[in-house]
Design a protein around this ligand. Structure first.
Ligand SMILES: *[C@@H]1O[C@H](CO)[C@@H](O)[C@H](O)[C@H]1NC(C)=O
Ligand SMILES: *[C@@H]1O[C@H](CO)[C@@H](O)[C@H](O)[C@H]1NC(C)=O
Ligand SMILES: *[C@@H]1O[C@H](CO)[C@@H](O)[C@H](O)[C@H]1NC(C)=O
Ligand SMILES: *[C@@H]1O[C@H](CO)[C@@H](O)[C@H](O)[C@H]1NC(C)=O
Length: 172
C-alpha cells in the first residue's frame, strides 16, 4: 500500500515537471519587426497582424540605442505619440530590451525622440493562452469515447512517465 502511494506521488511529481516543461516550450519570444528590428520605416501594425500574443510570451526590441527607445504608454498617448509620462520605460540602454507580456491586456509601445510620429509604434493585444490541444476534444467527447481515449492515450502515457521516472530514480 505504501509503495503504491509512493509510486502515485512520484508520477504526480513527474507530471508536474512535464507540465512546467510544456509551458516553457509554448512561450514565444517575438523579435519586434523580425529581421527589421525596432526602427523607422516599418509598419508594425502589419508586422503584428495575424500573430497571436499569449500571456507568458515575450517581446524583444532590437534597435539603435543611440537613437530610439522603448516606452510603454496608454492608448491616448499611443495615438498621439506622447512620450512624456510613459507607463513603463523599458529602455535599458543596450538597444536590446526584453518585455514580458505577463498581463492579458493591450500593450502600447512607442519610441520617443520623435520617432513615434513616423510610425514607430506598436499595439500588442495579449490573450490568455489557449487550452492544451488534447483537452478540448476530450471535454466535449461522449463518455464512451472519453474512456476509450483514456484507455488508449492516458494510461499508456502514465506508464511511460512512470517508466521514465523509474529509470531516473535508478540513476540517482
Ligand atoms: C493616458 O494618460 C494621460 C496622462 O496621464 C491621461 O490624460 C489619459 O486620460 C490617459 N488615457 C487613458 C486611455 O488612460
Ligand atoms: C528611460 O530609461 C533610460 C535608462 O534608465 C533613461 O536613460 C531614459 O532617460 C529614460 N527615458 C524616459 C523617457 O524616461
Ligand atoms: C510582469 O513583469 C514585470 C516586469 O518583470 C513585473 O514588474 C510585474 O510585476 C509582472 N506582473 C505580473 C502580473 O506578474
Ligand atoms: C500600417 O498599415 C495599416 C494597414 O495597412 C494602415 O492602416 C496604417 O495606416 C499603416 N500605418 C502607417 C504608420 O503607415
Amino acid at each position: 500500500m505504501d509503495a503504491l502511494r509512493r509510486r502515485i506521488g512520484l508520477v504526480a511529481v513527474a507530471f508536474m515537471f512535464a507540465a512546467v516543461m510544456l509551458q516553457e516550450v509554448a512561450a514565444v519570444r517575438y523579435i519586434v519587426g523580425a529581421n527589421m528590428g525596432w526602427t523607422s520605416n516599418v509598419n508594425y501594425t502589419i508586422w503584428a497582424q495575424g500573430k497571436h500574443f499569449y500571456n507568458g510570451d515575450w517581446l524583444f526590441f532590437v534597435y539603435d540605442r543611440n537613437q530610439m527607445n522603448v516606452l510603454e504608454v496608454n492608448k491616448t498617448d499611443y495615438e498621439n505619440c506622447i512620450s512624456d509620462h510613459p507607463l513603463h520605460n523599458w529602455t535599458t540602454g543596450a538597444g536590446r530590451d526584453v518585455v514580458p507580456l505577463n498581463v492579458t491586456k493591450t500593450y502600447y509601445f512607442i519610441s520617443g525622440k520623435g520617432f513615434c510620429f513616423g510610425g514607430m509604434k506598436v499595439a500588442i493585444h495579449v490573450e490568455n493562452p489557449p487550452p492544451p490541444p488534447s483537452s478540448s476534444p476530450i471535454k466535449s467527447a461522449s463518455p464512451s469515447l472519453l474512456s476509450t481515449l483514456r484507455g488508449q492515450i492516458f494510461v499508456p502515457a502514465l506508464f511511460t512517465v512512470a517508466a521514465v521516472w523509474d529509470a531516473f530514480v535508478l540513476l540517482l
